[in-house]
Design a protein around this ligand. Structure first.
Ligand code: HEC
Length: 108
């Protein structure tokens, strides 16, 4: 009986930790009010991490990498209209990068 209680307590702790340690991003529907993009995908935290990884190399080719928190979501949306076509990112990779930036954008 004691073993079962310990096990239950342990799995509750693990469950709690797993749920609370996911700070990388929340799922977003990728749609600021005045979006130039039509992307209704709901991104998982794993996909947002992928967006962060995809962002680094192509977007630092011509200038320093701007932190996601430098701009709010609407500003990023406008910037990306001009910047994504300057990279070799595929359309879906570009949208994943956008989702990462919007999810971590400056809150206004
Ligand atoms: C081919 C070169 C090139 C690539 C690749 C590129 N940029 Fe830029 N970026 C520029 C230039 C040049 C400017 C200066 C402003 C302009 O020309 O629009 C700029 C400006 C910016 C700015 C500043 C905008 C402002 O209002 O201060 C941001 C943010 C930015 N880029 C983000 C990105 C992101 C994100 C990516 C990847 C998707 C990217 N850039 C890829 C050339 C590039």
């Amino acid at each position: 009986m004691k073993k079962i209680c310990t096990l239950a307590a342990l799995s509750a702790t693990v469950f709690f930790l797993v749920n609370c340690s996911n700070k990388t991003g929340k799922a977003i529907s990728g749609k600021p009010a005045t979006s130039h993009f039509t992307d209704t995908t709901v991104y998982t935290p794993a996909q947002l991490n992928e967006g962060m990884a995809l962002y680094k190399a192509p977007c630092a080719e011509c200038h320093k990498l701007h932190a996601a928190s430098e701009f709010n979501a609407n500003d990023w949306d406008g910037i990306l209209v001009g910047m994504l076509p300057r990279t070799h990112l595929s359309k879906s990779d570009g949208l994943t990068v956008r989702a990462y930036l919007l999810a971590n954008a400056k809150k206004d």
